[in-house]
Design a protein around this ligand. Structure first.
Ligand SMILES: *[C@@H]1O[C@H](CO)[C@@H](O)[C@H](O)[C@H]1NC(C)=O
Length: 465
């Protein structure tokens, strides 16, 4: 029942967002005063409300962890590095005003609902009920909805990613810093449905994390942390190596993964991070990746020097990937995000409205005057532009979502119906156990150790009793 209920909420939100976009004509010069949750209820030096601020009624609400909220209205958060009057933002916010009524109506129909939201591909985050967003001590808001797990999982298809990073002698100083930052940004785009490995090469190949040797590991929180802390190439010795061997190893890893039924099987990519390649390794790709080109290769050329750019370009262009040149740290974020769009294109063109349920996570709640922890899951669904001119290539507008307490889900399986030794558990469509009498978030990983083939087997959300 909750599945039906939650799907209903998701469908309504997605439909409202798509319709709103469909009937909205983009206006370059549009001016629209919206409530920015950072700026509401604040005054400038002269005592006037800030632009995009203004008075926004807030009231402490028991149901929302005693946070002051406005249940009549959603409001907008924009990350600090995005200009809050950018035409893309203003147009998106304006058209998504239509979601307000749907949020309110959903909440009235089902008062157990908690936060409902829309994260847009342009970067703004519409949250219902509206709140005041408190910046961190440096006055910045780093929260970017596009980097959240629920967003990435809903907006992208599962992927196997092998990051191949050049740590030869020329990769030092700023280049190495950019390379590390690129790796970390790629890791940030991976969710629990993805598999990853990092291979560093100079004169020889080494796996940055030896435990992952030769295999892809699920990019869940623990593994990502290991990879992040160790994912720092430090060895800068050695000459610019002929890396035919490494690329080969890498392609093999992916092919192997398919053969063994490891990995996500859907989207395979190699991310080559280097400051230049001496040759294009055509023979290697010919042997392992052509003609299907199942493994896409994205290449990131680091640094200002373009001497060895041609082969790097060639590799990407001939393996269904694309090539980017990253010469400053500021280029990293947007350039990395681009690969997600390429990998998710089939899903976007087909308008696959798959609902995703994230891995259970702890959230603190206030109950009976005491702070306690509650297991939560986020439910999310991608939304696409339905405009005629976008149908051929597909445009992702963003992701709608809501947070659900697992407690609410478990209420659907009342004890008396289960018998003495009966218990209920929940599985997500990618096979995660969301809830189980013995559940600690760790449990699900053991589940996969023993039942790896369950992964992505469950196409649809199921409630087992
Ligand atoms: C675009 O927005 C501006 C400012 O709100 C408005 O004056 C103008 O008429 C709009 N243009 C169209 C084509 O709607």
């Amino acid at each position: 029942a909750i599945c039906v209920k939650t799907c209903f909420v998701m469908n309504r939100l997605a439909e409202a967002a798509e319709d709103a976009d469909y009937y909205h004509d983009y206006n370059d010069t549009l001016e629209f005063e919206y409530y920015n949750s950072m700026l509401i209820n604040t005054l400038d030096e002269d005592g006037n409300p800030m632009p995009l601020g203004g008075e926004f009624a807030l009231e402490e609400n028991e149901h929302f962890n005693k946070i002051p909220v406005n249940t009549q209205q959603s409001n907008i958060q924009v990350p600090t590095n995005v200009y809050n009057k950018d035409p893309d933002i203003v147009n998106g916010v304006y058209m998504s005003e239509a979601l307000n009524d749907v949020f309110i109506d959903n909440f009235q129909k089902d008062p157990t609902l908690t936060w409902q939201y829309f994260g847009s591909a342009s970067g703004f985050f519409r949250l219902y009920p509206g709140i005041q967003w408190i910046p961190d001590e440096n006055g910045v808001v780093t929260f970017d909805c596009r980097k959240r797990n629920w967003y990435i999982q809903a907006a992208t298809s599962p992927k196997d990613v092998v990051i191949v990073v050049d740590v030869s002698g020329s990769m030092k100083g700023l280049r190495l810093t950019i390379a590390k930052h690129t790796i970390n940004t790629i890791l940030d785009t991976l969710g629990e449905n993805d598999f990853v490995n990092i291979i560093a090469y100079s004169d020889y190949v080494r796996y940055v994390e030896p435990c992952f040797k030769g295999t892809l590991v699920q990019a869940d929180l623990d593994n990502r942390e290991v990879t992040e802390t160790r994912g720092k190439p430090s060895n800068t010795q050695g000459k610019h190596a002929n890396c035919a061997l490494r690329v080969c190893v890498c392609v093999c890893v992916c092919v192997q993964a398919t053969a063994l039924g490891q990995g996500s099987l859907c989207n395979q990519a190699i991310m080559l991070i280097t400051d230049g390649a001496m040759e294009d390794y055509k023979d290697v790709f010919e042997e392992f990746n052509w003609p299907e080109r199942r493994v896409r290769v994205f290449t990131y050329l680091i640094g200002r020097e373009m001497t060895f750019a041609d082969s790097v370009k060639w590799i990407a262009c001939n393996n269904k990937g694309y090539y980017t040149h990253i010469s400053t740290l500021a280029d990293v974020q947007e350039n990395v995000m681009e690969y997600l769009h390429v990998l998710s294109r089939p899903m976007v063109i087909n308008h696959d409205h798959d609902i995703i349920w994230t891995e259970a996570y702890m959230d603190s709640v206030v109950s009976d005057q005491a702070q306690s922890l509650l297991l939560m899951t986020s439910v999310a669904m991608p939304v696409f532009s339905k405009k005629k001119e976008t149908l051929s290539h597909g445009i992702l507008l963003g992701v709608v979502g809501t947070d659900v307490a697992l407690r609410e889900l478990m209420r659907l399986a009342p004890r008396y119906k289960l018998g003495i030794h009966g218990y209920a558990y929940l599985l997500t469509n990618n096979g995660y156990i969301l809830s189980h009498p013995d559940l600690r978030p760790l449990v699900q990983r053991f589940f996969f150790l023993f039942f790896p083939s369950c992964y992505r087997r469950f196409k649809h959300w199921m409630c087992f009793v």
